[in-house]
Ligand binder design. Sequence first.
Ligand code: SF4
Ligand code: MG
Length: 325
Amino acid sequence: SQPILRVRDLKMHFPVKKGLRTLGTVRAVDGLSFDLHQGETLALVGESGCGKSTTGRAVLRLLEATDGSIQFMGEEVRQMSRSRLFQLRREMQIVFQDAYSFLNPRLPIGESILEAMEVHGLHTKEQRADKLSELLQTVGLNDSYAARFPHELSGGQRQRIGIARALSLHPKVIVADEPVSALDVSVQSQVLNLFQDLKEQFGLSYLFISHDLSVVRHVADRVAVMYLGKIVETGTADELFENPQHPYTQALLSAVPQPEVAATRERVILQGEVPSPMNPPSGCAFHTRCPIATELCRQSVPALESTTGDDHLVACHFVGGEGSA
Ligand code: SF4
Ligand code: MG
């Protein structure tokens, strides 16, 4: 079936200027392709600065892509008119790390949710009031929250409100950008469970952005691991967590406490920070941190290829079939 979201060779390059001088180009996203299917959670994973959030904003056109294609149900997002884009931003919602970013601090939260529905012309005034109370229940809060102000809520409650607001517009896709990163671990699992329940209840599809693999493991059907604007490994969550192939994925995973595998796998420790996406390393961009890099890695960009004939893809010269050295 047709993916609900189809991204091909997406590029987000930003010139960096100082006065009139161009210092360079930040390649925040550098040739990214993925499909998100109906009812699926695709997790974009990587350290901060790898281009995950930029990708999330590009698919909603909150940031303009510099190249490539973004199709929502077969329609090119990059060519949408203003009015079509307005609709798209109902059909595709974004949930941020903290709902503070869109809740008006001076409005009771119920008003914010009612306003979102009204702006999009959904329902009559009476229906919206009913809907509000229904939405609060759906996310595990009660009617009394409608009258509260954003600062009166805990982080977890605010995320529930952010989710309620997104749901009020009947989206098909939710881009969730680090939706539980600001929460205590105990609250994280509650909010993640809510995401899971809502996905089933409403047939939602999630593009789930996170740097935290233990969170991703909890929610993802498929995973795409990003490094400096590119996908370096992608596959089903089971396959990726059980059989990671790319040295970067292996390093990320060995940093996560995983009782069931920790004993059997050698730890790979990541050295140093992610290099700047301005003038990224040549060849395989991971070579400056890769424990098994060779001269070939410094010179030649590895293609993202299937290693086993299925849809588990890896971009490394030293993983996989014929292409490997
Ligand atoms: Fe490491 Fe080379 Fe593979 Fe890149 S291509 S991940 S540097 S071995
Ligand atoms: Mg980010």
